[in-house]
Design a protein. Structure first.
Length: 111
């Protein structure tokens, strides 16, 4: 049971409250909250979602020395290393994670 205390300020507030209570009672009379004739349903068993397996790391790892050699050749062509590092979101080679070496080398080949 719910108890509500109301202190209406004027007759309009009382009329609004009476209207709202009438609508609530009509709605509760139309559909009972609990259907007694319907049997209770058992909740379905939920199977746990399979855990995703991590993707395997490529076996042909690119070494730091390979990347440096490509960067030296790239710079000797007169191109800016700063722009190249920005393509992988880093400021310099030491900030580039080893997982992104392949992306860096691909960007060298594109330009």
């Amino acid at each position: 049971m719910i108890t509500i205390t109301i202190q209406p300020q004027n007759a309009d507030h009382v009329q609004i409250l009476a209207w709202a209570m009438t609508k609530l009672l009509e709605a509760s009379d139309a559909e009972p909250a609990v259907k007694e004739d319907a049997p209770a349903k058992k909740p379905k068993a939920v199977k746990p979602a399979p855990t995703p397996t991590p993707e395997p790391t490529p076996t042909s790892a690119i070494t730091l020395e390979e990347v440096r050699a490509k960067l030296v050749a790239y710079k000797e062509k007169g191109k800016s290393l700063k722009d190249l590092f920005e393509t992988v979101g880093c400021a310099n080679l030491s900030a580039v994670p080893a997982e992104r070496y392949a992306e860096l080398l691909a960007n060298i080949d594109k330009s």
